[in-house]
Ligand binder design. Sequence first.
Ligand code: NAG
Ligand code: NAG
Ligand code: NAG
Ligand code: NAG
Ligand code: NAG
Ligand code: NAG
Ligand code: NAG
Ligand code: NAG
Ligand code: NAG
Ligand code: NAG
Ligand code: NAG
Ligand code: NAG
Length: 536
Amino acid sequence: MSAKLLFYGIILSTLYFKYMLYAEAQTTDPSEVSALGAIKSNLIDPLGHLDNWNDGDPCISNWTGVICHNSTLDNEYLHVLELQLLRMNLSGTLSPELGALSRMEILDFMWNNISGSIPTEVGNITSLRLLLLNGNKLSGSLPETIGYLPNLDRIQIDQNFISGEIPRSFANLNKTKHFHMNNNSISGQIPAELAILPNLVHFLLDNNNLTGHLPPEFSRLPNLLILQLDNNNFNGTSIPASYTNMSKLLKLSLRNCSLQGPIPDFSTIPGLGYLDLSWNKLNGTIPTNRLSGNITTIDLSHNHLSGSIPLNFSGLPNLQRLLLENNSLSGSVPSTIWRNINLTGNRSLILDFQFNNLTNISDTLRPPANVTILLHGNPVCNENQLQIGQFCQLQSIPFNESSTVALSCNSCPENYEYNPSADIPCFCAIPFHVEYRLKSPGFSNFQPYYVDFEVYLTNGLVLSINQLHIDSVVREEGPRFRMQLTLFPDRITIFNTSEVLRIRSMFTGWLIPDSDIFGPYELLNFNMGYYGYGIS
Ligand SMILES: *[C@@H]1O[C@H](CO)[C@@H](O)[C@H](O)[C@H]1NC(C)=O
Ligand SMILES: *[C@@H]1O[C@H](CO)[C@@H](O)[C@H](O)[C@H]1NC(C)=O
Ligand SMILES: *[C@@H]1O[C@H](CO)[C@@H](O)[C@H](O)[C@H]1NC(C)=O
Ligand SMILES: *[C@@H]1O[C@H](CO)[C@@H](O)[C@H](O)[C@H]1NC(C)=O
Ligand SMILES: *[C@@H]1O[C@H](CO)[C@@H](O)[C@H](O)[C@H]1NC(C)=O
Ligand SMILES: *[C@@H]1O[C@H](CO)[C@@H](O)[C@H](O)[C@H]1NC(C)=O
Ligand SMILES: *[C@@H]1O[C@H](CO)[C@@H](O)[C@H](O)[C@H]1NC(C)=O
Ligand SMILES: *[C@@H]1O[C@H](CO)[C@@H](O)[C@H](O)[C@H]1NC(C)=O
Ligand SMILES: *[C@@H]1O[C@H](CO)[C@@H](O)[C@H](O)[C@H]1NC(C)=O
Ligand SMILES: *[C@@H]1O[C@H](CO)[C@@H](O)[C@H](O)[C@H]1NC(C)=O
Ligand SMILES: *[C@@H]1O[C@H](CO)[C@@H](O)[C@H](O)[C@H]1NC(C)=O
Ligand SMILES: *[C@@H]1O[C@H](CO)[C@@H](O)[C@H](O)[C@H]1NC(C)=O
């Protein structure tokens, strides 16, 4: 009996202590506290990440993933600024009560298993900048209300099961830069109305069920850098000629879109770095004007192209791949394409001309090392076996490009790792790990850009280049490049917690500036490791 009384006594005094604490401190807006309760009750949380969502006040007691404004705004309460619930094995559904988090700027449920639809009420969060729901099992259609979010910078709903059409209301998203909606089941025509969006930069809707035609009006988008629509069905329509006026375009990827008709002359686009029109039914001849010197990848394979291979594919200094296989190209095998290409370092060039109607060689074929020419399936191989037999074997281009760097100093204490990038040999420090992916890069091979990438990312994060080590790079479908990154403190053994949180917010807030060549990134995981204890 007395033990029980003592027990209740402790509980009461704990509650009283908490009450005193919160009576003095500011507290979270009660409507947001109850919304968080509803959000939690709609989720299934097998690993108990949200267990502390009962404990005290959300903003004061550091509830997992709840980041608050650091001051009261227009009333006496604190407000939720971000919900950061990346990769927490959450399933269940998204509560309509999300709409009550009315001062929120970042909503992040990336890489969980959440199902159900996106609640209409998300459209009530007028302060929302980043809507990050990619990598779940969401279905149903896109709420029209999202189109009225005046501050939305980024919509990432890729890798879900979203169906229905793109709401026409999205034409109001005049601050939105990034539309990442690939790998869903979105259908219907791309609304031409979106062509007025002043800030649209990346339009990624590959791997959906879009039909109709490509809107010619998109040539008016003043800031469009990437248009990626592979694996949709534009049902025998052609590529609008107006697309040759997209003056800022860096990447056009329309693989397997059921397109017909001619290839427009894209030599007018000054910075075009990546052109993939493969697996369509494009016909006619290949335009002869020289493409941008920045081009790395030209993939026109698996079409119905005829005529000869233009001489102007020579002298493109950054070219990595010219893929023309499975067309009806005739004439001679060009023997000068590799002229003026810098093939030092890890650079290489693949020229795939297999299964065409090439009949002769204009000159002896003596490509340098690291230039691969594939000619199998052309008449020229029947008559010139002795001279060019080495190029006539049936080959496929190796898909994988991956590298893992083995670490060799293995005497570090627990939690410490050896930093191979450090200028001090075998220096041990406590790092953390980030899983990262280039989602739509401007190249086919990563190798030549390795050092540029280290410079880009460390500059973007305001770190020294010695703090980053790329543990591995794996080429994936797309192509995309998945990387394991390790970040180390600079010449000291341990990070300040605030520095780890700063770096995390750079990744989770998309504060690292985009790069033309590396394109948009995906954050797959942010593993705080040693620094994760006691931090929400
Ligand atoms: C919440 O986090 C802040 C900053 O990390 C820390 O100062 C504070 O003590 C934490 N509060 C609780 C109740 O854990
Ligand atoms: C509060 O947040 C604002 C903007 O997010 C920031 O500028 C300010 O430095 C923060 N203040 C404190 C005390 O953290
Ligand atoms: C949690 O999810 C990850 C993938 O995000 C998976 O690899 C892991 O097995 C899951 N863990 C549990 C306990 O379900
Ligand atoms: C929230 O959204 C719903 C559905 O979009 C709407 O009916 C409701 O009026 C909104 N509530 C507020 C407070 O804006
Ligand atoms: C963006 O849209 C809002 C509301 O529709 C409007 O008030 C604002 O002027 C627009 N801004 C631009 C730059 O078009
Ligand atoms: C999308 O298209 C594929 C292939 O055409 C089809 O199998 C699938 O049922 C379609 N999905 C929806 C939701 O329309
Ligand atoms: C494709 O176009 C043809 C003729 O224009 C039409 O009969 C057919 O229904 C279209 N298919 C789709 C999926 O839109
Ligand atoms: C070509 O690429 C270089 C290096 O990335 C860049 O500085 C330059 O602006 C690009 N040229 C154009 C026309 O975009
Ligand atoms: C290309 O294909 C279209 C549609 O099949 C046809 O009308 C046109 O004549 C073809 N053009 C050439 C140059 O073969
Ligand atoms: C060729 O590329 C390498 C490595 O990217 C560079 O160091 C070198 O200066 C380049 N050479 C020329 C002639 O551009
Ligand atoms: C060819 O490429 C390989 C692997 O990318 C590289 O190791 C080698 O140095 C390159 N050779 C030349 C001559 O550039
Ligand atoms: C290949 O080209 C020859 C002439 O060079 C032509 O007679 C023949 O019809 C062409 N074959 C195909 C399949 O286009």
